[in-house]
Design a protein around this ligand. Structure first.
Ligand SMILES: Cc1cc2nc3c(=O)[nH]c(=O)nc-3n(C[C@H](O)[C@H](O)[C@H](O)COP(=O)(O)OP(=O)(O)OC[C@H]3O[C@@H](n4cnc5c(N)ncnc54)[C@H](O)[C@@H]3O)c2cc1C
Length: 287
């Protein structure tokens, strides 16, 4: 059993993956929203499948992906492509299933169905490798503070990042209530808005909305390939590059493994605010 969501154990995922052999059963989970990075639970499914394909044993193994939501990805434009990619690998996707128990010694995982028709029904499935994406919440210190909404997230305006009850409080990142996907890419776009608005307040000028819900998720669909999903509020697709955002491409992989770490360590963490603008005029985002 492994999880890329645990920094201490993430390399163990690779150990588990390497131990898969012909006949192995790999099981993957996606928890209820919200969770960090909408694509992370499924990136590992595709990478596992691609590794088995490279070894020539994909068709002899079973890969089952249990998803809490009724869809594979929240943005329909990308969900359509991801469903095809899962089918290409022979991955069985089970929607509206929530992991509720794991028996390590027996190597079984129990899921509860969450659809209206089958609510509460349980199934137990055997596994040789189980990759878990755990349910997630704000830290207790935040949840127990007066800053939060009923669900425990810091309650801010979704465009200005200003607190809805305490005007001198701004919040950005995963801990806040804005309905964007929880990604570092979102933080990158929220940070300049927060800085501008604090300067506006200090200069006795009006606070402005400026954050449009941008999030980005490099969906690793194979070793060396990626769909670079970029989108804003409402599921509108906003690609930065002049490439078809629905298609897997090596450029997205390069960005993921080389470009983004460079951007993160050398620009974002040092507080530089210039980044390429995303293309809000993209017209391919029809449902
Ligand atoms: C497996 C995985 C894959 C991801 N892939 C991507 C991706 O491809 N692209 C992307 O853009 N994003 C991705 N993300 C999401 C990204 O990592 C987060 O959105 C981002 O880190 C959010 O930054 P943050 O500063 O808001 O929160 P965090 O990075 O969670 O930082 C919060 C910090 O607060 C600390 N903390 C908690 N409680 C306290 C306390 N009481 N006192 C002091 N400190 C405290 C925590 O230790 C932590 O260091 C991924 C996340 C995961 C887990």
């Amino acid at each position: 059993m492994c999880s890329n969501y645990s920094p201490e154990h993430v390399t163990y995922t690779w150990d588990c993956l390497q131990r898969l052999k012909s006949g192995s059963r790999a099981v993957f989970t996606q928890p209820p929203l919200p969770f960090k990075c909408p694509g992370a639970p499924q990136k590992i499914v595709y990478l596992t499948a691609d590794r088995l394909r490279q070894q020539g044993i994909l068709k002899d193994c079973s890969l089952n992906y249990y998803v809490h939501a009724p869809v594979i990805f929240g943005v329909p434009f990308f969900a359509r492509e991801l469903v095809k990619i899962a089918a290409r690998y022979g991955i069985k996707v089970h929607y509206q299933h929530n992991l509720v128990a794991v028996d390590g010694s027996m190597k079984t995982a129990t899921f509860e169905k969450v659809s209206e028709q089958n609510k509460g029904e349980r199934i137990t499935v055997p596994f040789d490798m189980l990759h878990v994406s755990p349910p997630q919440s704000p830290p207790d210190e935040i949840k127990s503070s007066p800053l939060v909404n009923a669900a425990g997230w810091v309650e801010v305006n979704q465009n200005s990042m200003q607190h809805v009850r305490y005007p001198n409080v701004f919040s950005l990142g995963d801990v806040n209530s804005t309905p964007n996907s929880k990604t570092a890419a979102a933080v990158r776009k929220q940070a300049p808005v927060v800085v501008d608005n604090i300067l506006h307040m200090m200069g006795k000028r009006a606070v402005e909305g400026g954050y449009d819900g941008y999030a980005s998720c490099p969906l690793t669909t194979a070793f060396g390939k990626d769909i670079l999903a970029e989108f804003i509020y409402g599921g509108k697709v906003t690609p930065t590059l002049p490439l078809n955002p629905a298609k897997e491409h090596w450029v997205g992989w390069w960005i993921k493994v080389t470009g983004l770490p460079l951007m993160y360590w050398n620009y974002m963490l040092k507080g530089y605010v210039w980044f390429p603008k995303h293309n809000t005029a993209f017209k391919g985002d029809v449902a």
